[in-house]
Design a protein around this ligand. Structure first.
Ligand code: FA5
Length: 380
């Protein structure tokens, strides 16, 4: 059995704890007040506002107050230990000791509780004040977004072709080798696969390297005749530079019907470019090669800036290269279920990003995908 404790010993221990409490509680004293009194809370808030006391201050004080309560009156506190010593006192002293301790304890808990209630009210008030809306203030104007320049140009292209009677097809960005290459007359080991090398998934799919894949889907689904354009994202293993991105946008066009000839192709592309860049625009075709068209041609248009005289945009040539085109190869028609004896068609494809670059005078198309608001906001 531990040594007996005298009343004097217990009293001096309790007094010491109470004094320590008094020192630490000093900073909360101003919150004690009379907890029934709303005026006290309002007056204290006014006073606190003068001291630039914020909601965050009030919240952190509440936490500190709760810590103080635990430290001084909690189960593991020195105070709780002191109370236990009453049991080790002479039974005759216990009553006096109990009363003494109770008086001090009430002195602590009563002040802690009043300060807590008032601090809670103050926190609540400050929170309401912060969330209050001053209806007399002018409204904050919402910032309106705007379309990305690629979307603006894509929509313009779509409008023109819709007015020429074309449907708009949504392609898929992940394709099988069949749609990306085989169906476009690019068998395995054909050198054209290398120039359009793309990204592959581990389970045999590829990110499409051109929108020409949609030609096949469109013919398989709609049969012939068909007239459609397919704008969309394509991917290539190209190293980024001012005119190349590994991800960019193309628009594919396809027209299949009875008796379609190269003349229809030239007329359609020329009309599209006139509507896009103005009546005076001249188009030219140069022989080229694509595995899925025969004959094939690349097309250029007269520079919209200098009208063909030569300038920085057209690199003094007077012409701007835009895309590839040709008559759909009979193998492609056949592979997509269209009889090449009955139908013929033309197709063309162009890159939107470079067109946007030319139209907006960008010297680097990589800027289009850097997501820098300072750059994009210029196209509002
Ligand atoms: C093609 O992709 C063919 N599918 C076009 C076609 C369609 C021919 C239908 C015949 C019939 P080409 O690889 O040349 O062609 O690409 C077309 C356009 O995409 C280019 O003129 C260029 O504007 C754009 N382009 C190509 N690579 C990039 C790149 N890395 N970054 C940005 N634009 C690119």
């Amino acid at each position: 059995m531990a040594d007996a404790v005298t009343f004097e010993e217990l009293k001096s221990g309790a007094d010491r704890i109470f004094e320590a409490f008094g020192r630490e509680f000093k900073r909360f004293e101003r919150f004690v007040g009379d907890n029934q009194d709303a005026f006290f809370v309002q007056a204290t808030i006014k006073e606190l506002e003068r001291d630039k006391f914020s909601l965050a201050d009030s919240e952190s004080l509440s936490r500190e107050l709760s810590d103080l309560r635990t430290r001084f009156t909690g189960k593991k506190s020195e105070w709780a230990a002191a109370k236990k010593t009453v049991g080790r006192m002479d039974p005759e002293e216990r009553g006096r000791a109990g009363q003494y301790l109770l008086a001090i304890e009430v002195g602590m808990t009563d002040r802690l509780e009043r300060a807590r209630i008032n601090l809670d009210k103050i926190t609540e008030n400050l929170r309401t004040a912060r969330e209050a809306i001053d209806v007399t203030l002018p409204g904050r104007r919402p910032r309106r977004g705007h379309l990305h320049p690629i979307t603006v140009v894509r929509e313009k292209i779509e409008d023109i072709f819709v007015s020429l009677g074309y449907a708009i097809e949504d392609g898929r960005e992940i394709e099988t080798d069949f749609y990306n290459f085989d169906a476009l007359n690019i068998p395995e080991n054909h050198p054209a696969r290398a120039s359009q090398d793309t990204f592959y998934t581990s389970d045999g799919y590829a990110l499409r390297s051109q929108t020409s894949t949609v030609q096949i889907h469109a013919m398989q689904r709609r049969g012939a005749p068909v007239r459609m354009i397919a704008p969309g994202r394509v991917f290539r293993r190209d190293t980024p530079d001012p005119t190349h991105n590994p991800m960019f946008f193309q628009v594919e066009g396809l027209c299949v019907d009875r008796g379609i000839s190269m003349a229809h192709l030239k007329g359609t592309v020329a009309e599209f470019l006139r509507r896009m860049f103005g009546e005076q625009t001249v188009t030219r075709f140069r022989p080229s090669y694509f595995p899925f068209t025969e004959p094939s041609a690349e097309f250029d248009f007269s520079c919209f800036k200098c009208g063909g005289a030569g300038c920085r945009i057209c690199k003094n040539s007077g012409w701007i290269e835009l895309g590839g085109s040709g008559m759909v190869h009979p193998n492609v028609l056949r592979g997509a279920g269209v009889d090449p004896e009955e139908f013929s068609g033309f197709a063309f494809g162009l890159g939107i990003d470079r067109m946007v670059g030319l139209m907006y005078g960008l010297d680097d198309i990589r800027l289009l995908f850097e997501n820098d608001a300072r750059f994009l906001e210029q196209f509002d």
